[in-house]
Ligand binder design. Sequence first.
Ligand SMILES: N[C@@H](CCC(=O)N[C@@H](CS)C(=O)NCC(=O)O)C(=O)O
Length: 220
Amino acid sequence: MLPVLYSFRRCPYAMRSRYALAELNVYVYLREVVLKSKPPELLLLGGRSTVPQLIDLDGARYPESLDIIFWALARAGDKQKADELWPADSQKRHRIMSWVTYNDHFFKYWLDRYKYADRHPERSEAYYRGRGAVFLSRLEKRLENRVFIAGEARSLADIAIFPFIRQFAAVNPKWFDLSEYTNVKRWLAYFVNSDRFISVVMAKHPAWHAGQENTLYPAT
Ligand SMILES: N[C@@H](CCC(=O)N[C@@H](CS)C(=O)NCC(=O)O)C(=O)O
């Protein structure tokens, strides 16, 4: 038996959780959810039915992607890797979390409007892109003399943020390719072109239904 992860392949929150699980080699049974027809087993849990959502063996429930990442960090066999992603230094932790908070509570807002500009006709797509690009500019500056957000090593900040930048870039890939965000492009490419991302995190799984054979994640 393993904990269960309800996930949706294209969801950036689920992506960051899956990336952390894969990076830390923490195993779960993955249940791919179709958001328009969520499985009754997820709905019957009551309350939040967003994905990602992790149900531990003792029934404890983690309905937030960041909590799933912290859950995985606490269970990682490779403590050095866990320390690298979430360094003990409190100042570093604070900095990492402030980047993640900015992403989740500011950038995401503009990303949604940029992505679905037709649903928000009060402003133009270019306007929403400009508001979102404020974050890209900050990131660009941060990555000027650092490989990753917290320095030379990957941290929780990179893992938690790159799926959202990937979405932003994908709204208009031509615009992103031609943009001046050279460091952001290099940083994003590192994650999205990695074998781990392509063949593990983004591997396709059929929608889960009860009785189906368990899908081990990360796949070995
Ligand atoms: N704060 C949550 C957000 C999760 C979330 O919004 N997931 C979306 C998919 S990307 C979802 O489940 N939407 C369907 C719904 O809200 O019912 C997290 O960090 O996990």
